[in-house]
Design a protein around this ligand. Structure first.
Ligand code: G3I
Length: 535
């Protein structure tokens, strides 16, 4: 059936309104005719979705609630049950937004999963502060954790059927498997078992989960297995391990997912696919390539990957507690802001016109999709042939936009808290490069191994944090360096140029590697350096 009519045939069968996609349809109308996603898995596992706050508060989103009601059987608050939302100030519990979701779900027959009780992110600073403004002593932090869990789980008892108790507490270094968070530093490694026990006591009927990302990575898996073994020995075994499953069309391979899923299930927990979505970008690609539209071959490639992953889940259904999508509407998925703020991704199942994408069909009926279209050839974006350019004049500085930002998979980064700006200026026969980094993820300065490197006239020039020009302040660092320009460079008026900022893995914040031009991370003679023009 692989011919040009096959698209129409399949979508006519499964998604009646899609064949008429060229005719304007009311947003989401076709979804109200498509058969239900969760019904397709009624014999396998529940299928749910995360819900952002404004779907319930802004009437413009009412059609989306209809879509959710039709296609999903459980919901998770995307942000509203996190600590900063439920207890922004000590003792001040704000349940209104979370209650709104629970009320809606109950009125519409959907179950609610709770996310999340303990995380290093979206938790207010006061939690870790002592009365003297310093770090909270362990007993105080323990008491706060206790109060939070008891109050929150008590409030939702019988209405929220399970909780992500420990969120993202692992690293991908099995030799040092637990995330270096304020929880760990103040309470020590026992905090994990203790938290599970607290949650168990607070609501003995709730299912309890440990939840983490990057779980297909064998090293991260090893950390998880180590944690589960330890929790088992401490009589604090969770019921569920959540594999978040934020994927891309390129990674991870289905075999790696299967390996982790089976290994986790073999410890006796059930596995939740807790935050499913699929970016159309490779992790290291920071270009904004699909702003106008998602190219059809890429939409089909994404769907092919989703179909294969869903087939795997069905094969492993006995071990799967649920599959929860983390943002099925393309325009409201978090990947539009991560890892590149404001870039348009297409990580969901429903396009920006409210229509089901091929990914929707693949999620719902993987066999039907693959019979019609599979295997879909891998899509690779074309690399632009021209190198980036920047012009510097004596009377006006130029600013670089760093186009590459790679973060190792074990580092969860709130990109909003990292700002890097680079200013270039001509001063006589020298080029001045001023780097300004603001990083509020961590107090204090960069590690001594942090390095700024500038590629100029065929050579890298390295400056490390121990040079006197390097200034570190509370929230970041600044460095202004001068690089002499040789007469031939000044005469030529243009030169191969690149710039790199690297905060190494030894840094507790995790490695940052930013390059301006060489997105392929070439060696010391980058073939893809940019062009610096001296005007
Ligand atoms: O609510 C404020 C709003 O008042 C303000 O105007 C706006 C300006 O930026 O920000 C809003 O808050 C944002 C919030 O989402 C609600 O939209 C935060 O800046 C933004 O950082 C926050 O992002 C959430 C992220 O967790 C925070 O770490 C994403 O929506 C949410 O999808 C994401 O979910 C996490 C899971 O909890 C854990 N696993 C990873 C997953 C993806 O990062």
């Amino acid at each position: 059936m692989r011919n040009s009519n096959s698209h129409a045939v399949v979508f006519a069968l499964a998604l009646p309104a899609m064949v008429a996609a060229s005719e304007p349809a009311a947003p989401h109308e076709s979804l109200m005719h498509a058969s239900s996603l969760h019904h397709a898995y009624a014999d396998a596992f529940p299928v749910g979705t995360a819900v952002p706050r404004d779907f319930l508060t802004d009437r413009a989103y009412a059609p989306r609630l209809d879509v959710i009601r039709r296609h999903f059987d459980h919901v998770v608050a995307e942000n509203e049950m996190k600590w900063e939302r439920l207890q922004p100030e000590e003792g001040v519990f704000t349940f209104e937004e979370a209650d709104r979701l629970v009320d809606w779900a109950e009125a519409n027959g959907l179950r609610v999963w709770g996310h999340t009780l303990l995380w290093h992110n979206q938790v207010p600073d006061w939690v870790f502060e002592g009365p003297d403004g310093g770090e909270a002593p362990p007993a105080l932090l323990r008491e706060r954790l206790h109060t939070h869990i008891e109050t929150v789980m008590g409030h939702f008892r019988g209405r929220v059927y399970g909780w992500d108790v420990l969120n993202e507490v692992l690293t991908s270094d099995p030799a040092d498997p637990f995330r270096d968070s304020r929880w760990l530093r103040i309470l020590g490694e026992d905090y994990m078992a203790e938290t599970i026990r607290l949650a168990r006591a607070a609501d003995p009927d709730a299912l309890l989960a440990v939840n983490d990302y990057g779980m297909s990575n064998p090293d991260k898996l090893a950390s998880a297995l180590h944690l589960l073994e330890r929790l088992g020995a401490e009589e604090a075994m969770p019921d569920i391990f959540g594999m978040q499953s934020h994927m891309s069309v390129y990674w991870p391979p289905v075999e790696m997912i299967e390996n982790s899923l089976r290994a986790l299930a073999a410890t006796g927990v059930r596995v939740a696919i807790s935050e499913f979505d699929m970016s159309v970008y490779d992790w290291t690609d920071t270009a904004d390539r699909y702003r106008e539209a998602l190219p059809e071959p890429l939409a089909l490639f994404q769907a092919d990957r989703i179909a294969r992953v869903m087939q795997l889940y069905r094969r492993c259904a006995a071990d799967i507690e649920r599959v929860t999508h983390w943002g099925p509407f393309d325009d409201r998925n978090w990947k539009n802001n991560f890892p590149v703020e404001g870039r348009r991704d297409h990580a969901g199942l429903i396009d920006r016109h409210g229509r089901p994408k091929p990914a929707f069909l693949a999620f719902q009926s993987p066999g039907v999709f693959l019979a019609a279209f599979g295997p879909v050839p891998e899509w690779r974006p074309e690399e632009p042939e021209t190198a980036p350019e920047v012009s510097v004049r004596a009377d006006r500085p130029a600013y670089l936009r760093l186009s590459q930002l790679a973060v190792p998979p074990n580092t969860l980064v709130d990109r909003g808290r990292l700002r890097v700006s680079v200013e270039l200026a001509l001063a006589g026969d020298a080029l001045e490069a001023a780097l300004d980094v603001t990083d509020t993820r961590w107090n204090g300065r960069a590690s001594d191994e942090t390095v700024l490197r500038v590629y100029l006239d065929g050579k890298w020039h390295a400056f490390s944090a121990d040079v006197p020009e390097w200034e570190a302040s509370g929230e970041g660092e600044r460095l202004r360096v001068r690089l002499a320009l040789s007469p031939h460079v000044i005469e030529a008026g243009e030169i191969a140029f690149d710039l790199e900022w690297r905060a190494p893995a030894a840094d507790p914040r995790g490695t940052y590697l930013l390059r301006w031009a060489d997105t392929a991370y070439g060696d010391d003679a980058p073939e893809r350096a940019g062009v610096l023009r001296l005007d």
